[in-house]
Design a protein. Structure first.
Length: 119
């Protein structure tokens, strides 16, 4: 019984990440695009909102800070997916995608959205 309680506690603690923690993780993808940062960010947000994994939408919230954008897809406790999009020229941008778990690969559906939006 003690082992199962400890395991449950570790699972619950493992899901409690914040945006700064996830940004400290190494990127899963780093891409360049010939689209503006705003176009890429809106595309990722819309794509994640229409992507379903295990019966639920990935979701996506778009945040702007200066000329840069972030798309954050949370689950019920914490953010899971973060795409940071920064302009590198007038019509070009750099996309950095991070996943909250460094020991697990993100869904290919989520990665496909980021890749297709960069094209």
């Amino acid at each position: 019984m003690r082992i199962s309680m400890v395991a449950l506690g570790l699972v619950l603690l493992g899901g409690c990440a914040n945006v700064a923690d996830i940004r400290a993780n190494p990127p899963v993808l780093t891409l360049k695009s010939t689209k503006s940062a705003e176009q890429v960010a809106e595309c990722i947000r819309d794509g994640w909102q229409s992507t379903s994994i295990i019966g639920g939408s990935v979701g996506g919230v778009l945040q702007k800070s200066g000329n840069s954008y972030s798309v954050i897809a949370p689950n019920s406790e914490s953010p899971w997916h973060i795409a940071d999009i920064v302009p590198v020229a007038v019509d070009a941008s750099k996309i950095t995608y991070r996943f909250h778990r460094t020991w697990q690969d993100p869904s290919e559906k989520v990665l496909s959205v980021v890749k297709s939006c960069a094209e």
